[in-house]
Design a protein around this ligand. Structure first.
Ligand code: EPZ
Length: 420
């Protein structure tokens, strides 16, 4: 397994381009199963989870052609196998997102039951109950979700008990080709859900309330091909901004959008960052100052995103003062604090709250990544620690960040990848 070797102490400075969004690209690639013509998806990030989703589509017989700029042509009419196998689903639980579109377009879907992961149990009960409300017959057998529908799914009025991004996306995709109207209440409003809805509309879907917590979908008979660029990655954007804030630097991020992470930008300004924005760029300048500790509580969009929690925990670890970090979405998403404490951080865990008292400098150490965003927090910690930090198991990072060490090198970081 590759490792990242980081020698900390440099302020980040420079400019980089933000890649397309992983969490928008994944549902959009799943949604291509709904079209009965080839679909072109552009601005996909070149990272492992996207490759896994393309592999999953291919293993079902779907036509997938990739050009050198990671624009992908998908032709679902070639599908010949309606099974998402355990071998792939166990490496990426977002494979569950093929369930809704495959069932709605083809009347059948067998998807390996996604297990939990380091951050939580990650149930899919809301996905399954919603599809049953639309007329699907679902059984779980031998570790697989086996779903069938007699003819087209039927529109239904569905209230989701918990705000779920994946649940909203699966049911939104299924409803696009259902017979009649579906209302999804308490729907997730994340920008990635909006991007998926806009993609479905580009293929001919009829959706009202995009961006709100109530989506009304009037099912249509068929969806056509289109060309669609996925939105910029707001979590990659937030990660690099937070790294620059922790490292007291100044960065310019291009090909991004300030409107998809307003809660994060406000928190960074609270930490003492000076932020300028333009149509497709964001600049952060700490003017060489140490960040101030901030309090935050994760919650569904437009509140502070859980995917930015561990990065801010790392920034708080070297900030002036004490900040509390409350994680309300996943039951085990504060695990990175143990590795941060091994680097000299002063973090106390009380239930779902981390109380972070900033220290002037962390100390480099060998650390181990446990999940995607926790890995990012360890990289940020390594950038601001004295001495050398070795981050092991960085396959977690490669799932969600495109060329992270190259981008950090462009910002002046002393970081390199070594095969282990
Ligand atoms: C998506 O995961 C993202 N992944 C996650 O990003 C992100 O952290 C999460 O949304 C929350 O914003 C992708 O988009 C591929 P949820 P998802 O369903 O859809 C509970 C990253 O780092 N729940 O919104 O799996 C669940 O237990 C990843 O890029 C049910 O109870 O998250 C959790 O407590 C990590 N029943 C809460 O909802 C269900 O049927 C939110 O989960 C579904 C979810």
């Amino acid at each position: 397994m590759d490792k990242l070797i980081i020698t900390g102490g440099r302020a980040l400075s420079g400019e980089i381009r933000i890649s397309g969004s992983k969490n928008s690209g994944l549902p959009i690639l799943a949604a291509t199963l709904l079209a009965d013509e080839p679909v072109h998806i552009c601005n996909l990030p070149h990272l492992n989870d996207i490759t896994t989703m393309l592999t999953l589509l291919r293993c079902m017989g779907v036509g997938v052609t990739i050009d050198e700029r990671m624009c992908v042509e998908v032709d679902a009419s070639l599908i010949n196998d309606f099974t998402a196998p355990y071998e792939l689903v166990k490496t990426m639980r977002a494979s569950i997102l093929v369930l809704g579109p495959m069932l709605s377009r083809f009347g059948v879907a067998n998807v390996s039951f996604p297990g939990g992961c380091a951050i939580g149990s990650r149930p899919v009960d809301i996905h399954l109950r919603g599809l049953e409300a639309m007329g699907a017959e679902i059984e779980v057998d031998g570790g697989y979700i086996r779903a069938r529908s007699n003819g087209r799914l039927k529109g239904a009025h569905i209230f989701m008990d918990t705000v779920t991004v994946g649940g909203t996306e699966n049911l939104l995709m299924a409803a696009a080709l259902a017979q009649g109207t579906t209302i999804l209440e308490n729907a997730a409003r994340e920008p990635e859900v909006v991007d998926l809805a806009n993609f479905l509309v580009a293929m001919g879907a009829q959706i009202e309330g995009i961006g709100s917590d109530t989506l009304t979908i009037h099912g249509v008979e068929r969806l056509t091909g289109c060309t669609y660029p996925v939105m910029p990655d707001r979590i990659e954007t937030g990660t690099f901004l937070t790294a620059a804030a922790a490292a007291r630097g100044r960065v310019l991020l291009k090909d991004t959008d300030q409107h998809m992470l307003e809660a994060v930008l406000l928190k960074l300004e609270e930490a003492g960052a000076f932020i300028n924005t333009g149509k497709d760029w964001i600049e952060l300048d700490m003017k060489g100052n140490r960040p101030k500790a901030v309090n935050l509580k994760t919650a569904p969009y437009p509140a502070f995103p859980t995917d930015m929690q561990s990065q801010f925990t790392a920034m708080n670890a070297v900030a002036e003062g004490t900040g509390t970090v409350i994680e309300t979405i996943f039951e085990n998403r504060l695990i990175q604090i143990h590795e941060l404490n091994r680097m000299g951080a002063s973090i106390k865990l009380e239930g779902n709250t981390a109380i972070v008292t900033g220290v002037e400098r962390l100390k480099g150490a060998p650390v181990m990544a446990s999940d995607l965003r926790a890995s990012a927090s360890l990289v940020i910690a390594g950038l601001v620690a004295d001495g050398e930090t070795v981050v092991d198991r960085i396959y977690h990072i490669d799932r969600g960040y495109e060329c992270i060490e190259e981008k950090l090198q462009l910002l002046g970081a002393n970081i390199r990848r070594v095969p282990s």
